[in-house]
Ligand binder design. Structure first.
Ligand code: 5GP
Ligand code: MN
Length: 343
């Protein structure tokens, strides 16, 4: 099924896993479906394989992932730093999943950098910078969950993927491809889904658990964002949405409520670039998406202290909302020819 992972990576992975006794698994900050799915899928595989494994996270995960089997066992570094430090101290193997730059582990950066045991990073973002003993980095794969399935299959470990692990893996594949609407044209993706169905996942139930459990406030916030806050700039084929802290408070914002909001301007005919600005703590958090050749990874690296993939990236500023939007608008003319030449 998989033809892309280097054979030497498979062999090193098998050896590091069989040599390990206690394993700790960590995703990026603000973990999404792919990050949590990867961690829980990997954890369940390792337990079924006879290892001791725990998942730690730099900060909380959104409610729409709370149904995933095993999510209740995750230790959040912001809530329980001592437990997380203890698990790291006890571990002899560390998995870092769905990120490739230690800065993306945010509060846990120091702990992860100091880790003395074996380290395996599995990721699909471009431009890896982190140092680790085994780096399994394949940006051409649409999700880290898919990459993990490919890896376990190639390593001969598929029999250790039970329904709980399969649920987690499918969730990451589904959420990182917008329900298989982008980066989802590889036949292998569907061979893997067929395999996961045979293991016993209920794909319709997973879809419903993730996408049909919004609170009323969340829908009202989406309504407000589209009606009052979405700005479309046809001259740059660009759109953006911004939400201040006061607006989020008015709709009783819960973590995960703005997930996916960034994509709406891209659904307007002709728009190829869109941005979502959200006031969070003392900064503006930025999500960027594009269609076609325009690289939001490069745009965010150059101007918004971030990065990601060509068509999906994130970043932040320490400016206020008005200043951030003014900066963004001032940048657009420079990119006009690129934006207009895209498909
Ligand atoms: P989101 O907009 O959903 O927060 O992030 C979109 C994509 O960009 C994800 O793949 C995420 O991992 C990546 N990303 C988000 N924020 C950052 C950032 O600050 N730095 C880097 N390098 N990647 C980011
Ligand atoms: Mn991912």
């Amino acid at each position: 099924m998989d033809k892309i992972i280097d054979q030497s990576h498979i062999e090193t992975f098998q050896k590091m896993v069989s040599d390990a006794r206690k394993i700790v698994i960590v995703p990026h900050v603000n973990p999404d479906g792919d990050a949590i799915g990867s961690c829980l899928g990997m954890k369940k595989f390792l337990i079924n394989y006879g290892k001791s494994a725990e998942v730690i996270i730099p900060n909380n995960f959104p409610d729409f992932l709370g149904w995933l089997p095993g999510s209740e066992t995750i230790a959040d570094f912001e809530k329980d730093p001592e437990l997380v430090r203890q698990w790291i101290a006890d571990a002899d193997l560390l998995f870092m999943l769905d990120f490739n730059d230690l800065g993306r582990s945010e509060g846990l950066n120091k702990e992860l950098s100091a880790f003395q045991g074996n380290t395996i990073m599995i990721d699909h973002h471009p431009n890896p910078t982190a140092q680790c003993k085994l780096m399994i980095s394949y940006p051409e794969v649409s999700s880290t969950c898919e990459l993990i399935f490919r890896l376990l299959h190639r390593a001969g470990f598929v029999q250790y993927i039970d329904k709980d692990a399969a649920d987690a893996i499918y969730t990451g594949m589904m959420t990182d491809t917008g329900n298989f609407s982008y980066n989802a044209s590889s036949p292998e993706t569907y061979h893997i889904i067929a395999h996961l169905l045979e293991i016993g996942i209920d794909k319709d139930a997973i879809h419903s658990n993730v996408y049909h459990t919004f609170s009323e406030d969340r829908w009202r916030l989406i309504g407000h964002s589209l009606k009052e806050k979405m700005v479309i700039l046809p001259e740059f084929r660009t759109g953006y949405i911004s939400l201040t802290k006061a607006e989020l408070d008015a709709y009783n914002f819960q973590s995960g409520d703005t997930e996916g909001l960034v994509n709406y301007p891209l659904m307007v005919k002709g728009i190829v670039f869109c941005v979502f600005f959200m006031e969070k703590d003392d900064q503006i958090k930025i999500s960027l998406r594009s269609k076609g050749d325009f690289s939001v990874n490069e745009f965010s690296r150059a101007h918004f202290n971030g990065g990601g993939h060509n068509n999906a990236a994130g970043g932040h500023t320490k400016l206020n909302m008005d200043e951030t939007i003014a900066l963004f608008l001032a940048l657009l003319p420079r990119y006009k020819s690129q934006l207009l030449s895209g498909n």
